[in-house]
Design a protein around this ligand. Sequence first.
Ligand code: SF4
Ligand code: SF4
Length: 58
Amino acid sequence: MNGFITAIGCMKCGRCDSVCNAGALESIDGVVRIDYDRCTECMRCIIICPNKALRFLE
Ligand code: SF4
Ligand code: SF4
């Protein structure tokens, strides 16, 4: 697991949090954080993000 980043362009819509079945995403004061121990790399958050603010780093 190499992780994700949140990039410039997050409009704090909360969609990524709503699709994560693993409970790996949380939004703190509008900043999305990822719990890498929980993330299953399903990519649902990346697909749902309207601004492509989440990216998978290899
Ligand atoms: S890749 Fe899947 S499990 Fe990981 S944070 Fe995104 S939605 Fe959650
Ligand atoms: S889906 Fe994208 S724009 Fe919306 S809160 Fe998540 S990272 Fe930000």
